[in-house]
Design a protein around this ligand. Structure first.
Ligand SMILES: C[S@@+](CC[C@H](N)C(=O)[O-])C[C@H]1O[C@@H](n2cnc3c(N)ncnc32)[C@H](O)[C@@H]1O
Length: 191
């Protein structure tokens, strides 16, 4: 099996990638993560999805690919330039593009829970984790990537990652699988 061959890359992916490269944005999600997200999203009919850290919309394009016509996605990003790319490229009335600070958004959100949360920013992952997990339905997914050492990690981040993983492993309200694949993915399910 060659897992680096993708037969279903979203049509918008290439143009989003081109716009992303022009901005020298180096935190983009990879194809593996996107593909996994698409498949997990497709497991949830009428899914309610939350993405924290839209970036320019690379993972968003995959999430959209997995959504049925009754699914909705809320995606939160604090960088207006990046969000604008995602919004232009993925114009779809099932997506709510939110330009906001994730810390504030997570602290103030009072709406329904989600079937899948992809936490790809500091808020909702290393910060305000409890708030983000509380937004996941029982049986829903909480997904994180970038858990293997990345070239853009600042000093001290590796220790933070180790502590975060240990915290996840010690919880009794989630079950998880760690994948040393892609950038290092952890799939958690709320139990
Ligand atoms: C790892 S990147 C996301 C990559 C994206 N998921 C993709 O598919 O390419 C993290 C994103 O979180 C955003 N971000 C950082 N701090 C944030 C905050 N406080 N609130 C909202 N977004 C934030 C960054 O601007 C960046 O786009």
């Amino acid at each position: 099996m060659q897992d680096e061959i993708f037969t279903d890359i979203p049509v918008q992916y290439e143009s989003i990638q081109a716009a992303t490269k022009a901005l020298s944005f180096n935190m983009a999600s990879d194809l593996f993560t996107g593909s996994l997200l698409k498949t997990l999203v497709a497991s949830k009919p009428c899914a309610r999805i939350l993405e924290l850290g839209t970036g320019s919309g690379l993972a968003t394009s995959w999430i959209l690919q997995g959504m049925d016509e009754d699914a909705i996605l809320v995606t939160v990003e604090n960088n207006a330039v990046l969000l604008e790319i995602a919004q232009q490229q993925l114009n779809d009335n099932r997506i709510d593009f939110v330009l906001a600070d994730g810390y504030q958004w997570l602290s103030e959100y009072k709406g329904k829970q989600f079937d899948l949360v992809f936490a790809d920013a500091m808020p909702g992952k290393y910060d305000l984790f409890e708030e983000a997990l509380a937004m996941v339905k029982t049986g829903g997914f909480y997904i994180i990537d970038d858990m293997r050492p990345q070239p853009n990690w600042p000093e001290g981040h590796a220790e933070r990652v180790d502590n975060f993983i240990q915290m996840l492993e010690n919880r009794n309200d989630i079950t998880l699988t760690k994948l040393n694949w892609s950038t290092g993915i952890i799939i958690c399910v709320k139990v």
